[in-house]
Design a protein around this ligand. Structure first.
Ligand code: NAD
Ligand code: 44H
Length: 351
């Protein structure tokens, strides 16, 4: 059962237990990294309440007694510290099965009525919490720069032989590629104060280079199809609109994404192979994996680029082959990736 479905069931039990009392609603602070996460959670809950025929009174109670804020979380969290867990357990003196690793940096921006800030004064803790009327600029800055840097660089860096973010940050070529994306191709497309954007970009460089954070590229690569659409494509399209030409590095990132998705399906698992012979699992929705496994059977870069770019279900209804020169440029990079070292193509791009 999906998480919003569970929330609906939970709210229904609460509604019944308190006889629909107006003061027994809840405040929701979702952290899913999607646009308007609060409104979206509320929309899905209302949809379930309707589909399950839980009644008009319950639906009205969801709307009037509960509050759904939209929030943005920014913190690099890399999961269970498998290699260091015995060190931490010894230090803590007990076993903790849900121990997690994160960087020190943290930001939680909450868009909601200021009255909630008094009732839930998280901003008075050590956490870096901002209550705001509009979370959108914070989200745009973070998603387009930080997550955009991840998605635009990680797939090429993996194919070039890297496994961890901090390792590719030590490679001048790959780090410069990422910074060309950020400073030359993303920031010019954002309508936010330039100095703030550049400060944020500099902080992202420090955060990615953190020697204590071993962020696996294959973890970041999960669901790269929808991530490219949400995190990189708006910058690519914005750049084309603004400058009337293709952003070279983001165009290459799009090709690297398609190349990374070259895999073979077996029992629902899609496996790719990088040049050093390492096999890796490509993790995405089944229909995305099947689509790419099928288009890669033909091994014709023009056809592969054409099929991927014209699949409007990936690109919020857009046919990317309509962007002048994009299909040919992507096909060109796909051909080169077959015969040339990925790093040397990246070196040329940052020239
Ligand atoms: N990790 C980060 O750096 C980061 C940063 C910003 C925002 N976020 C957001 O935070 C959220 C959690 O990210 P994460 O990295 O902790 O992910 P995660 O995969 O480590 O944790 C997700 C948890 O949700 C549980 N879950 C999945 N489906 C469920 C369901 N139907 N019902 C109940 N539980 C369910 C999973 O079992 C898992 O424990 C995501 O929405 C992500 O977009 C993560
Ligand atoms: O968590 P995901 O899978 O949505 O995206 C991968 C990373 O880009 C992401 O986890 C960032 O590290 C995080 O969003 C930083 O706040």
């Amino acid at each position: 059962m999906s998480f919003p479905a569970k929330v609906t069931a939970f709210l229904y039990e609460r509604y019944k237990a308190f006889d629909g009392a107006a003061d027994k609603g809840l405040l929701f602070l979702p952290v899913e990294l999607i646009d308007n996460n609060g409104a979206e959670l509320k929309r899905i809950i209302l949809q379930y309440a309707d589909e399950w025929e839980l009644g008009e009174d319950f639906i009205n109670w969801i709307i009037t007694a509960n509050e759904f804020t939209s929030t943005l979380v920014d913190r690099i969290v890399t999961g269970y510290p498998r290699d260091e867990v015995s060190y931490f357990e010894e230090k803590l003196g007990y076993k903790d099965n849900i121990i997690d690793t994160s960087e020190l940096f943290n930001l939680w921006v909450i868009e909601g009525d200021k009255k909630w800030a008094e009732k839930l004064p998280v901003h008075r803790t050590d956490a870096n919490v901002i209550w705001t009327d509009d979370v959108k600029p914070y989200k745009k800055r973070k998603v387009r720069i930080l997550n955009g840097a991840h998605t635009s660089t990680v797939l090429a860096a993996y194919l070039a032989g890297y496994d961890i973010v901090m390792d590719f940050m030590k490679d001048d070529t790959i780090r410069s590629f990422m910074n060309t994306v950020i400073y030359d191709e993303v920031i010019p497309t954002l309508d936010l104060p330039k100095e703030e954007l550049e400060d944020f970009a500099a902080a992202v460089n420090d955060r990615f280079a953190n020697p204590y954070i071993k962020h696996k590229l294959l973890d970041i690569a999960l669901n790269s199809c929808s991530k490219f659409n949400a995190r990189c494509l708006p910058s690519l399209l914005g750049y084309v609109e603004e400058k009337g030409e293709l952003p070279k590095c983001l165009t290459f990132s799009l090709a690297a994404f398609i190349r990374f998705y070259k895999g073979q399906m077996n029992d629902g698992v899609c496996t790719g192979v990088r040049k050093d012979g390492t096999q890796y699992q490509i993790r995405d929705d089944a229909d995305v994996l099947t689509f790419f496994a099928e288009i890669w059977t033909c091994n014709d870069a023009d056809k592969i680029a054409g099929a991927a770019l014209s699949n409007t279900s990936f690109w919020s209804g857009k046919d990317l082959t309509q962007i002048p020169g994009l299909k040919d440029a992507v096909a060109g990079y796909l051909k080169r990736m077959d015969t040339e070292d990925i790093r040397s193509i990246m070196t040329e791009l940052i020239g």
